[in-house]
Design a protein around this ligand. Structure first.
Ligand code: GAP
Length: 517
């Protein structure tokens, strides 16, 4: 576990050192849980977005895109339930004056029991070697059984409090914190306030305060921009059910416990698609979208074993099925995408609050109904993080050296080809520039002439550039260059005129999309 934490720290520093992700307003020491994407980060992020957008809008004739405003009429958030129910349970420690999410304090406590069990298992594994039987050990070891019982008891109470009939049982959460003797990590005391609900939406004002400004919110999800445009798109696009509307855009949540780098941010980006369907068909479509989305993830080649579904047992009152796609991050399996069967809740709520009729006339069935919705919702930043975590490697080389390499899928890499003149003389720089001038229209190229070739390769490995080309003396004689592959480090001599055909297909988003069909 500690080793994984170290790897994660290294990935965070790597992101900064190589221009992927910087803390926001870095010169002022950053802003909590807000990050900026640097020169390489923005390219990777744009490629992720393109892969998603094209898989939705190009590959499905019945899915179209929109780009709705971040500011929306405030009633939107009343109708969607966010004003009344988009809350986190918070608790303060009176001595440190620090504020915590009560649910996170309890989840950390659950994690401690799990860690204790894991430690016992690791100790025994070392002691017994090949003969170790984990199942038997878990069933018989006293300390494991004791901690498992504590875990199960706490888990049961926690689930009950979080899923209480009238909403989260705040007193129940506080009682758990007291009973478990959870202390504030800063003051070390148990001097806790009551647990209170805290709304996660950022508020601001529109118009000048003198003439009666109205309170508006920064959207906490992009989905509502799609729901309020359902009629516009359906009518102007003459869309027939089933059809989908896709959108990529910023969302904002005043997260109290912002941890794990870009995993939980206050300003982040979502890629959401709402698929409008006939009522009664939702469970079939839910199953289909689960499969389609999992395929999209696994198509990146990170290994099926690193993904899993986490089906929700307890559902929000408007949902009749929900699952998360989780990815194995260095800090465990974590949600990257949610797939939800949202019934007709959102469209019905907007019909009620706006007074507009939001229905679909189905010509095949000769009847009108409020469509049901299957939503797929993925965070761009979490996707970015999962790709970075999986791609990062400190590789031991046969000659005893190490290199840090990002094995990014070539189609997502920020730079696809680096071109180096072996030396800065004999017209090699000019020849290298000529190659770039020819290829820059087809994919992202970079020119590098500083330092020895070995160092230049390392810099390109560190940003995940899949191909490097070196112009040398022989190039000037026969128009061939060495082409070096990032992952195998193999070099081969190729004709300059063949470079485009060798590289283009491997680095294009189209190549990824074709594998989805
Ligand atoms: N419209 C449904 C919705 O917003 P969600 O599960 O709250 O559902 C969907 O969010 C996805 O958005 C998550 O799976 C995650 O990838 C991303 N996400 C949510 N909160 C986030 C945060 N604070 N920072 C980064 N990504 C976040």
């Amino acid at each position: 576990m500690a080793q994984q934490e170290d790897v994660f720290k290294k990935i965070v520093s790597h992101c900064k050192e190589y221009g992927f992700v910087f803390p926001s307003s870095d010169i002022y020491d950053g802003l909590g849980a807000v990050y900026d994407y640097g020169q390489n980060g923005v390219e990777l992020k744009n490629n992720i977005k393109q892969y998603w957008w094209q898989s939705m809008v190009l590959l499905h004739e019945n899915i179209v895109g929109i780009d709705a405003a971040i500011f929306m009429h405030p009633t939107t958030w009343k109708a969607s339930g966010h004003v009344d129910a988009f809350n986190d349970p918070l608790i303060d420690n009176r001595d440190s004056k620090k504020r915590y999410r009560a649910d996170v304090l309890i989840e950390d406590q659950l994690g401690k029991y799990e860690d204790k069990i894991q430690k016992e298992i690791e100790k025994a594994r070392k002691r017994f070697g090949d003969k170790f039987d984990e199942v038997q050990f878990r069933a018989t070891n006293e300390r494991v059984l004791e901690n498992q019982a504590k875990f199960d008891n706490l888990h049961h109470r926690y689930q009950e409090a979080m899923n209480a009939a009238g909403g989260i049982d705040l007193e129940g959460l506080k009682q758990i914190i007291l009973d478990e003797e959870i202390v504030c990590p800063i003051s070390g005391t148990r001097n806790w306030t009551d647990v209170r609900q805290f709304n996660l939406m950022f508020k601001t004002e529109m118009g000048s305060t003198a003439d009666g400004a109205s309170t508006i919110y920064l959207r906490p999800e992009t989905a509502q921009g799609i729901f309020v445009n359902y009629l516009n798109v359906q009518k102007t696009g003459r869309m027939k059910i089933p059809f989908g509307i896709a959108q990529i855009g910023k969302a904002f949540r005043n997260e109290i416990v912002a941890r794990q780098f870009i995993f939980r941010m206050r300003e982040f980006e979502q890629m959401e698609m709402q698929f409008f369907i006939q009522p009664g068909t939702e469970l079939d479509w839910f199953a289909k979208w689960k499969e389609t989305r999992m395929k999209w993830h696994q198509n990146l080649g990170f290994g099926a074993e690193n993904y899993r579904f986490h089906d929700h047992d307890k559902l929000a009152h408007y949902a009749n099925a929900a699952t998360d796609i989780e990815f194995r991050m260095p800090f465990g399996f974590k949600e990257v995408e949610g797939i939800h069967s949202r019934t007709d809740f959102d469209l019905s709520q907007h019909a009620k609050y706006s007074g507009k009729k939001i229905e679909y006339f189905d010509p095949d069935r000769n009847e009108s109904y409020t469509p049901y919705v299957i939503e797929t919702s993925i965070g761009v930043d979490r996707m970015f993080l999962s790709i970075m975590c999986h791609s990062y490697e400190e590789q031991q080389l046969p000659d005893g050296q190490t290199r840090t390499v990002l094995h990014l899928p070539a189609a997502l890499a920020p730079v696809k080809l680096a071109v180096f003149p072996l030396t800065k003389k004999d017209c090699m720089p000019e020849k290298a520039q000529e190659i770039i001038n020819d290829l820059r229209f087809h994919f992202n190229c970079k020119y590098e002439e500083k330092d020895q070739i070995g160092k230049r390769y390392r810099r390109m490995d560190a940003i995940g550039c899949p191909y490097c080309v070196t112009v040398d003396q022989q190039t000037l004689e026969d128009n061939t260059v060495t082409l070096r592959d990032r992952d195998t480090m193999e070099q081969r001599r190729v004709n300059i005129s063949d470079l485009r055909s060798i590289i283009e297909d491997k680095v294009s988003i189209t190549s990824l999309l074709k594998k989805l069909l």
